[in-house]
Design a protein around this ligand. Structure first.
Ligand SMILES: CC(C)(COP(=O)(O)OP(=O)(O)OC[C@H]1O[C@@H](n2cnc3c(N)ncnc32)[C@H](O)[C@@H]1O)[C@@H](O)C(=O)NCCC(=O)NCCS
Ligand SMILES: Nc1ncnc2c1ncn2[C@@H]1O[C@H](COP(=O)(O)OP(=O)(O)OP(=O)(O)O)[C@@H](O)[C@H]1O
Length: 201
């Protein structure tokens, strides 16, 4: 049986990656959502709560990880962030492998991975799709989020591979600086192209 084509979907903060991932799902493509997986593992009764509480005392409660508190601890301290990542990333990787096995009969799959370039996962996918919009649109979207400040935004940006570099390394770019409808059409066209290419391979 032919293996599924794997698309790695990524993009910097606020570029519209989650919205575009939903568009892939609506086009019939199963999506592994690394962020959702992290939230599940960190949620109430999440598998990683004991390890996170041990490494970062006071960072969890009855609702699971206290995201804002943990964010304050790790986004300001790169060693702390590396410790948190060492707890989380191996488990996410394991669950991604299980997702792949479950969907081995599908033509196309999407791995929605915010840190695809930062963590070197781009070698493990067939195509990298970068979600991108003008910096002004990105800034406006992110600053509209509750609890976000310009300082926090700049700092998170500094932890991420710059958008220009992501674009340069992409196989395909999905522009989210246009209307949602136009972006959805671009996603549907890309899905069709990738499935056709696979068949004629
Ligand atoms: C620290 C946590 C709890 C803060 O949660 P919060 O809901 O406040 O923020 P959120 O997860 O939406 O992240 C905000 C922005 O920071 C970026 N970001 C998150 N983790 C990282 C990281 N390890 N390195 C660089 N950027 C990161 C996200 O891509 C996003 O653009 C959470 O980000 C976390 O657990 N991060 C570590 C796990 C991880 O690496 N997740 C990302 C992909 S699997
Ligand atoms: N053409 C478009 N495509 C995608 N999103 C758009 C578009 N136009 C406006 N938006 C809006 O931009 C926002 C993007 O948010 P989204 O959560 O998808 O970003 P994200 O990149 O996943 O963020 P983060 O990396 O911070 O988790 C949404 O509110 C969405 O409705």
């Amino acid at each position: 049986m032919k293996k599924p084509t794997i698309v790695g979907l990524t993009g910097s903060i606020g570029m519209g990656k989650s919205t575009v991932a939903d568009m892939f799902e609506r086009a019939g493509v199963p999506v592994f959502d690394a962020d959702a997986e992290v939230r599940r593992l960190q949620g109430p009764d999440g598998e990683l709560i004991p390890a996170i509480e041990q490494a970062f005392p006071g960072s969890t409660g009855p609702t699971g990880v206290l995201r804002e508190r943990l964010g304050e601890l790790v986004f300001a301290d790169s060693d702390a962030l590396a410790r948190l990542e060492a707890i989380i990333h191996p488990v996410v990787g394991r669950n991604r492998t299980a997702f792949l096995a479950e969907h081995a009969d599908k033509p196309l799959l999407v791995f929605d991975i915010p840190l695809l370039f930062e963590k070197g996962g781009h070698e493990a996918v067939d195509y990298v799709v970068v979600v991108s919009a003008p910096a002004e649109a990105q800034r406006e979207r992110v600053l509209a989020r509750p609890g976000m400040t310009p300082e926090k935004f700049e700092h998170i940006l500094s932890l991420q591979v710059p958008d220009a570099e992501k674009r340069a390394k992409a196989d395909y770019i999905i522009d989210t600086g246009q209307s949602l409808k136009d972006t959805e059409q671009a996603v549907a066209a890309l899905v069709e192209k990738l499935i056709l290419e696979r068949v004629s391979d």
